[in-house]
Design a protein around this ligand. Sequence first.
Ligand code: AMP
Length: 215
Amino acid sequence: MKRRIILLGPPGSGKGTVATKLQQQFGLNHISSGHLLRREVEKGSAIGQRARVFLEKGELVPDRIVLQFMGEWIKSAPFDKGYLLDGFPRTLSQAQALDQWLASRNAPTEAVVLFAGDLKVVRSRTTGRWSCPKCGRVYHIDSAPPRAAGVCDDCSFALTQRTDDTDAVVRNRFEIYRRHAKPLADYYRQQGKLTVVDAALSPDERFAKTVAALN
Ligand code: AMP
């Protein structure tokens, strides 16, 4: 099974749910740039202070900030179990930088799975989404509820809703995603690594298609 993987797709396309399952079943090392950035914002670190306003508005954090932050992270992350990148890269220049970092670590990406969906599909996903502020695990009130209402299955923390999952911010995030989606997909398609999965499928079907693409 391929273990060095990138997941692409608009907000609410189900990347996080599939990533959590891949992590649980195959022990893959899930790295979510959004989760890492939210953690910095909560800590009030220098990076968090610079990134906060962009997260609140649903704008992309500028490349110079994200590249510095994710570059440090990826250069020192343990890759013995592979990696599952979720939310990074989001622009062509991030993808190009990432390829260089991964080449220097001798850990090139083996597969890229793109969850493709329109605004209608992603809106219903984001409004019902809850996540754990501690471990980042993502739930959905209908399709992936926690065992006990409002509490993370893994670490028993109270679940919260993201402030950028409001309707207006989701629309903005979707538009921004759309702007960058094609060059990014073309980049990985040209490398022969891209598989497209319909984001409108159920979580189980999305997971099965992803596993099939990795085998
Ligand atoms: P996500 O959890 O992936 O939806 O990311 C939440 C927010 O974090 C995004 O709306 C951006 O503000 C920021 N973010 C996460 N990853 C990136 C990235 N690769 N480039 C720029 N901004 C990002």
